[in-house]
Write a protein that binds this ligand. Structure first.
Ligand code: RP5
Length: 177
């Protein structure tokens, strides 16, 4: 078994419909040069697939698992119950409750089985990948370098001075004139 060398991040999701959110995790991980494994795994529709994945994750050299799920989102918690690899949960923005259901299902794990819970939707998918990168970076100088570079360019992209002409709201620019 390979140990701590080029650990992968697994990005799993409950449905194909979660991909439009979770693809943002994949984009970030690609920028960080991290090897990725992706799968659709539903805790309630494919429980055996979930069990097999979580059971084999360590042997498959996976260092962090990002799990996106919506609604009664038990996927991240169930995976975390089977493996001690860190699991980061992304609450998918559901149609009915705008992701509040997903958020609470993922965040409110009873003590003993943790899931690191990110924000609802796209922000969560991006931050999950950044957090996974930071975990992988502990043992990977090249990922650490890329992550630091990414953060520096984000910092540089924030302009100091306001552009007062750049006003976008539902009334359009300068609506009062
Ligand atoms: C959850 O049910 C999935 O994670 C998804 O967010 C939600 C809806 O799934 P689909 O009906 O789009 O397959 O298990």
């Amino acid at each position: 078994m390979k140990k701590n060398k080029d650990l992968k991040v697994a990005v799993v999701m409950g449905s194909q419909s979660d991909y439009k959110t979770m693809q943002l995790s994949l984009k970030i991980l690609k920028k960080m040069g991290i090897k990725v494994e992706t799968k659709i795994i539903s805790a309630h529709r494919t429980p055996e697939r979930m069990y097999e994945f979580a059971k084999m994750a360590s042997k498959n050299n996976i260092g962090v698992i990002i799990a996106g799920a919506g609604g009664s989102a038990h996927l991240p918690g169930m995976i975390s119950a089977i493996t001690s690899i860190p699991v980061l949960g992304v609450p998918i923005e559901s149609k009915k409750l705008k992701g509040l259901d997903s958020l609470l299902s993922i965040a409110q794990m009873p003590k003993g089985i943790p899931v690191g819970t990110l924000a609802i939707g796209e922000d969560g998918a991006i931050n999950a990948a950044l957090l996974a990168s930071a975990i992988i970076a502990i043992n990977s100088p090249s990922v650490k370098k890329k992550l630091n570079r990414w953060r520096l360019s984000q910092t540089k992209s924030v302009k100091k001075n306001l552009n007062k002409n750049n006003v976008k709201n539902k009334f359009g620019n300068n609506w009062w004139r």
